[in-house]
Design a protein around this ligand. Structure first.
Ligand SMILES: *Cc1c(COP(=O)(O)O)cnc(C)c1O
Length: 384
């Protein structure tokens, strides 16, 4: 049967029908009054989603473009930065920072393990001359399913007093509590194809007053991603360049849906989906890649031993039309990842776990009791 694809990857994520219909409208002029009204509403609702009074600017980029904007607008060549790196995305920010001529000091952890906030504390406390200009951290490390302890790391950045904190929140915005104003996070980047329930193409950057002060003296070259021009335009509910108007219409609808659900309910749902998935994986005697105390509510990585991760993915796709994500870089073929981010409900988890059990059976996996995974997931999902 065609057209029953179920996306269980951590981006792009499934898109609700209401959003698809909004995307299907005729484009409207981006300098029109109608579009300004869309911009005004979307800007307000983005602030709501980010729990902030700071500017939240919308760019026509993927998540990486939003991070690039978050780096080049606030730093100068030769600036010393601490970059947390415990997965594909942390590595990417270290590479990007180096590409822009920043002096990178990486704080690393094994893939599958969280960053140690202590390592940040030591570097920041030792920096009495205040040469560290920014700390760059990935909140939810999608490549491994690890949620880094941003709150604690940020506290040490605040104790330092000078450094900015720049956060990749691409798979944490709309999935896990990130109170930007309460914590005082300076720059937060995210992308539309993750928790926002719309297709790829938009990047978001949330900018604090402190970061805007750094913007005034930052010397890295910038033009298309110069956030000052987006801020100026946003004050008039406009854009410096042509935005993808249909994606903005989709975003308008998606944000209305998110507001109707409520932030607490959204976070609770992601928590529940994560716990159900992890309970099921454990019940099937498959090893979870990330520890319980640092598990991302966006994605669960599994490291099967007696059975090949890529075979599991292949049968899941061919037999059940369920797309799971593979491992990245040196974890290619070693792990598979189940996305439960955005427009995902309890039923999706039950279906995915049921299909996974059938897949394991087909592949001759013997270390499980049939039904144990679904039963464990159901137990979590039916607890009130
Ligand atoms: C998806 C993702 C990104 C952005 O990737 P793009 O392909 O540029 O959208 C960045 N960081 C994390 C943690 C992600 O999950």
């Amino acid at each position: 049967m065609d057209n029953k694809l179920m996306l269980m990857i951590p981006g792009p994520t499934p898109v609700p029908e209401q959003v698809l219909l909004a995307l299907a409208q005729h484009p409207i002029g981006h300098r029109s009054g109608e579009f300004s009204a869309v911009m005004a509403e979307v800007t307000q609702n983005l602030k709501w989603l980010h729990q902030t009074q700071n500017d939240v600017l919308v760019l026509t980029v993927s998540g990486t473009g939003a991070m690039e904007a978050g780096i080049i607008n606030f730093l100068s060549p030769g600036d010393r930065v601490l970059v947390g790196s415990n997965g594909k995305f942390g590595d990417r920010w270290a590479k990007m920072s180096a590409a822009f001529g920043l002096e990178v000091e990486a704080i690393t952890a094994e893939w599958g393990q969280p960053l140690d906030p202590e390592a940040f504390r030591q570097k920041l406390e030792a920096d009495t001359d205040k040469t560290i200009k920014a700390v760059i951290v990935t909140h939810s490390e999608t490549s491994t399913g690890v949620l880094n302890d941003l709150e604690t790391i940020n506290r040490y950045v605040k104790d330092h007093g000078q450094a900015l904190i720049i956060v990749d929140a691409v798979t944490s915005v709309g999935a896990v509590n990130l109170p930007i104003d309460e914590w005082g996070i300076d720059v937060v980047a995210s992308g539309s194809q993750k928790g926002y329930m719309i297709p790829p193409g938009l990047g978001f950057v949330c900018v604090s007053d402190k970061a805007w002060q750094a913007y005034e003296t930052a010397k890295l070259p910038r033009f298309y991603l110069d956030l000052g021009s987006y801020r100026k335009a946003a004050q008039k509910n406009s854009n410096p360049f042509t935005p993808p108007v249909n994606l903005m219409l989709g975003l308008q609808t998606a944000l209305r849906m998110m507001k109707a659900e409520g932030l607490d309910n959204i976070f609770a749902r992601h928590q529940r989906l994560m716990q159900a998935t992890r309970a099921a994986i454990e019940a099937l005697s498959l090893p979870l890649f990330a520890p319980d105390n640092a598990a991302s509510p966006a994605v669960t990585a599994v490291a099967p031993v007696s059975i090949e991760a890529e075979k599991i993915r292949s049968v899941m796709k061919k037999r059940f039309d369920i797309a799971l994500a593979g491992g990245q870089d040196h974890f290619k073929g070693k792990i598979f990842r189940i996305g439960h981010l955005g427009f995902v409900c309890d039923r999706d988890i039950l279906a995915a776990i049921g299909a996974l059990e059938a897949t394991l059976r087909e592949l001759g996996y013997e270390s499980m009791t049939p039904g144990a995974g679904v039963s464990a997931a159901a137990r979590v999902l039916t607890q009130s």
